[in-house]
Write a protein that binds this ligand. Structure first.
Ligand code: S3P
Length: 436
């Protein structure tokens, strides 16, 4: 584990080379844990370097009575979790920084005869939860929020009503919440989203034997249903591949390979976008795990990037990657634009504001829009970046410096990367050839 000073300095790399195995996919990890808890196990889940958000889900499941035993391999990175038993305890649980933990667990708890209060850290307590409460109340669960935010209390019941949910935002966390509640519904639950979102809940539940389908923007689930236990090795997180894809796309001397990565098409929009900008990226699908395609990615630098527009309907598919997209845009010829990304304002930080502030600090020319930004390159500068404790902002601006879009940066909270990517600083040292 790299020793981290309270701040971190990152400068441009002379070249980027190497092959990385990424941390286990955070979205799939949460779902594998929660679906197996509803199944009652026994199941064995293998995950490389699970981040703090996934550890929050494990802590919450333990607090409500699910046995999750952990074992870490000799490299300190490869973890195995055995899951057994169903939730059977009332509790107040701490979701930490993880919105996905809170929203998915709320859905799972709606159909259980328990009373559980879900709380989180200061960032999570600022995020909107009334949308979850409204959705679950329609099924008959009793849900209270604190002025629309966490802590929230879910008093579940069985059976729930099978309803059609029309979601106010294109959010996979809401689709997942409604689908997990649908397991306890008497009949068919339908969830209609206003835009395409990642479909991991549907794939995981289908692999566990549940009658669930995603067709276009509609998810349908036949309840009541109990998932079967499902053991799996969670694939690498394509959102953790994203920093290296952007770094390689920008850097003139880059050749990076990312192996064993989840390549679910609802998660790979960044690859299409970078290719549209002119990047050289190849992907090969090699297998399928629990309905999820898995394979390898190779990204090479040395091409010129062109400006690009991200229209509103593309933003949900890029939601976690948009700060990195902004960095690629600041390195591209011409003026680029992102629209339809209003949801970024209610992530771990207000990511429109934190991204725009970071871009300005490194010398790019930026207009902040209500739901995105417009950016064109400027003369790279050295800057101090305020991460607001947001892992995606820390990673995006570290990559800006590594790839030379900034002359160098100092990050105020480098440790926050471990929410999703514990080994980020080690991997950064590896690809620039400075690993110990
Ligand atoms: C996630 C969904 C996304 C994403 C988050 C993980 C999930 O949020 O930002 O990191 O696992 O369902 P949305 O709910 O906005 O789609």
């Amino acid at each position: 584990m790299t020793y981290l000073a309270p701040t971190a300095m990152v400068g441009p790399a002379t070249r980027l080379r190497g092959s990385l195995e990424l941390p286990a996919d955070k979205s799939i990890g949460h779902r594998a844990l929660i679906v197996n808890a509803l199944a009652g196990g026994p199941a064995m889940l293998e995950m490389r370097s699970p981040g703090e958000d996934v550890l929050s889900t494990i802590a919450c499941l333990r607090a409500i009575g699910v046995a999750v035993e952990a074992e870490t391999g000799p490299d300190g990175r490869h973890a195995r979790f055995s899951v057994s038993g169903r939730p059977d305890r009332n509790a107040v649980v701490d979701c930490g920084n993880s919105g996905t933990t809170m929203r998915l667990l709320a859905g799972a708890l709606a159909g259980l005869p328990l009373e559980v209060t879900l709380d989180g850290d200061a960032s999570l307590r600022r995020r909107p939860m009334e949308r979850v409460a409204t959705l679950l109340r329609a099924t008959g669960a009793v849900v209270t929020t604190t002025d629309g935010r966490a802590p929230i209390t879910v008093r579940g019941r069985q059976p729930l009503a099978a309803v059609e949910h029309r979601l106010p935002v294109a959010s996979a966390q809401l689709v997942g919440c409604a689908a997990l509640a649908g397991l306890a519904a008497d009949g068919t639950t339908r969830v209609v989203a206003p835009g395409e979102t990642r479909d991991h809940t549907e794939r995981m539940l289908a692999a566990a034997g549940v009658g669930v389908r995603r067709e276009g923007l509609v998810t349908t689930l036949d309840g009541p249903a109990r998932p079967r236990p499902l053991s799996l090795r969670v694939p690498g997180d394509v959102s953790a591949a994203a920093p290296w894809l952007v770094a390689a796309a920008i850097h003139p001397h880059a050749d990076l390979a990312l192996v064993g990565v989840g390549l679910n098409p609802t998660r790979t929009a960044l690859i299409g976008l970078l290719r549209r900008m002119g990047a050289d990226i190849e992907i090969v699908v090699r297998s399928t795990i629990a309905g999820e395609p898995v394979g390898d990615i190779r990204a090479r630098g040395g091409t010129r990037l062109h400006a690009v527009e991200v229209p509103a309907d593309e933003a949900p598919g890029l939601i976690d990657e948009l700060p990195l997209v902004a960095v690629a845009m600041a390195a591209a010829d011409g003026t680029s634009e992102v629209r339809g990304a209003g949801e970024l304002r209610v992530k771990e930080s207000d990511r429109v504001a934190t991204t725009v502030a970071g871009l300005r600090a490194i010398g790019a020319s930026v207009d902040e829009l209500p739901d995105g930004w417009r950016v064109s390159p400027g003369a790279p500068r050295a800057a101090r970046i305020s991460t607001e404790g947001d892992h995606r902002i820390a990673i995006a601006f570290a990559i800006a410096a590594l790839a030379g879009v900034a002359q160098g940066i100092e990050l105020d909270d480098p440790a926050c990367v471990s929410i999703s990517y514990r080994d980020f600083w080690d991997d950064l040292a590896l690809v620039q050839g400075t690993a110990a």
